[in-house]
Design a protein around this ligand. Structure first.
Ligand SMILES: *[C@@H]1O[C@H](CO)[C@@H](O)[C@H](O)[C@H]1NC(C)=O
Ligand SMILES: *[C@@H]1O[C@H](CO)[C@@H](O)[C@H](O)[C@H]1NC(C)=O
Ligand SMILES: *[C@@H]1O[C@H](CO)[C@@H](O)[C@H](O)[C@H]1NC(C)=O
Ligand SMILES: *[C@@H]1O[C@H](CO)[C@@H](O)[C@H](O)[C@H]1NC(C)=O
Ligand SMILES: *[C@@H]1O[C@H](CO)[C@@H](O)[C@H](O)[C@H]1NC(C)=O
Ligand SMILES: *[C@@H]1O[C@H](CO)[C@@H](O)[C@H](O)[C@H]1NC(C)=O
Ligand SMILES: *[C@@H]1O[C@H](CO)[C@@H](O)[C@H](O)[C@H]1NC(C)=O
Length: 329
């Protein structure tokens, strides 16, 4: 038997070393345990035990050097919860991902504004409600912002265009109203932005500022947008995919100058007039749908235009020629 003093020293040293073999930052661990509590200790967080290293816990990730928590991801779970306020106390978080959580309700918590290092923010396929908050524009490191498939309402904050590193913005499949902000034609970010605003209740016209904006992908389908959409196009752009279907757009298609890069164009269900310009035969289109408009005249022969079936062209005022019936002479 060792003398009591020696055993005491031995156990103190043992404790010291075992505590230091744990990589997890103690403050982060405290916050994660608070999050677990706010979520009512769900089954999915069983591995979050106070006596274990939080860098080994399920659904979180530590930075390899700083050992701070940089990622929190919750997928496909029936968990009923609101975004926990404590999430805002993980200052090194770069990825916050809540995906396919039908019982995630409530608003986008203001605590998220504190996460200045966030690069990837996805809260999609959940039941979030309330507005798309203005404070998201303070997260200057964001490269990817996805709030699609929720119950978000209100208008789109113009300040989102100030995000300097944004590469993709998904606000589709919500209940957003109002018009597309003028600032969205002046994104300060990378030129090849992906913009998805489809399946909302957006109204008004496309801002004239869009003439200067070169999106890679732009999807404005299934809204209540009106007027001239030709500003989306332009000879000098590098846009590949454009979906403006199921709106109330009204403009002359013959006057549109398409970018050479265009591979997919969906304009179905609008009030577009004029004819299909012969320049469209020069495009390397993989998808085209101009059905349910007010187009007239012969479908130009050449390029990919005859490779689509008649449903790409049907229900127009007087389009004719292959793949539709031939024009009466
Ligand atoms: C989601 O919540 C509803 C109502 O609170 C509940 O009936 C349902 O079972 C929950 N869904 C799942 C998958 O647990
Ligand atoms: C939102 O909740 C409803 C039931 O309240 C559910 O039917 C729906 O699938 C949920 N939405 C999503 C995107 O999970
Ligand atoms: C973005 O992240 C870097 C570190 O990755 C950090 O130094 C910088 O402060 C962040 N930017 C902002 C605006 O907080
Ligand atoms: C979200 O919207 C759907 C469809 O309108 C509705 O069934 C559901 O109850 C809403 N969910 C919440 C949490 O408001
Ligand atoms: C496209 O670029 C060319 C050459 O840079 C320039 O001359 C022309 O004015 C531009 N056209 C438009 C519509 O910006
Ligand atoms: C074009 O759109 C119409 C209307 O949604 C649809 O009925 C038709 O199948 C579509 N055709 C193609 C080739 O996408
Ligand atoms: C479209 O093509 C199908 C078969 O290819 C044909 O049955 C149909 O009548 C055509 N519709 C029109 C409007 O030309």
């Amino acid at each position: 038997m060792a003398p009591p003093l020696l055993s005491f020293l031995f156990f103190t040293l043992l404790l010291f070393f075992s505590a230091h073999s744990e990589l997890c930052n103690p403050q982060d661990k405290k916050v994660l345990l608070q999050i677990k509590k706010e979520l009512n200790n769900p089954y999915v967080l069983t591995s979050w035990k106070p006596d274990t290293d939080c860098c080994d816990w399920y659904v979180v990730q530590c930075d390899r050097v700083s050992h701070r928590i940089i990622s929190l991801t919750l997928f496909a779970d029936s968990l009923s919860f609101q975004i926990p306020a404590a999430v805002g106390d993980l200052p090194h978080l770069e990825t916050l991902d809540f995906h396919k959580l039908p019982n995630l309700t409530g608003p986008i918590h203001p605590a998220i504004a504190k996460l200045k290092n966030l690069k990837f923010l996805r809260i999609d396929w959940t039941n979030l409600s309330g507005p798309v908050p203005d404070f998201l524009s303070e997260l200057k490191n964001l490269t990817y912002l996805n709030l699609a498939f929720n119950n978000l309402s209100g208008s789109i904050p113009p300040s989102l265009a100030l995000l300097p590193n944004l590469g993709a913005l998904f606000l589709d499949r919500n209940k957003l109203t109002g018009s597309i902000p003028h600032s969205f034609g002046m994104f300060s970010s990378v030129p090849d932005l992906y913009l998805y605003l489809s399946h909302n209740q957006l109204s008004g016209t496309i801002p004239s500022s869009f003439a200067n904006m070169d999106f890679s992908v732009i999807d404005l389908s299934r809204n209540k947008l009106v007027g001239d959409a030709s500003v989306v196009f332009g000879a000098n752009k590098t846009t590949q995919i454009v979906d403006l279907s199921r709106n109330l757009f009204q403009f002359d298609l013959s006057k549109v100058v398409f970018p050479k890069s265009l591979t997919s164009l969906d304009l179905n269900h609008n009030k577009i007039t004029g004819s299909i310009p012969v320049e469209m035969t020069a495009l390397n289109l993989q998808f085209l749908n101009v059905s349910y408009n007010r187009l007239c005249g012969q479908i130009p022969v050449g390029g990919k235009l005859q490779s689509f079936d008649n449903s790409s062209y049907f229900h127009n005022r007087c389009l004719c020629g292959a793949p539709l019936a031939s024009c009466k002479s």
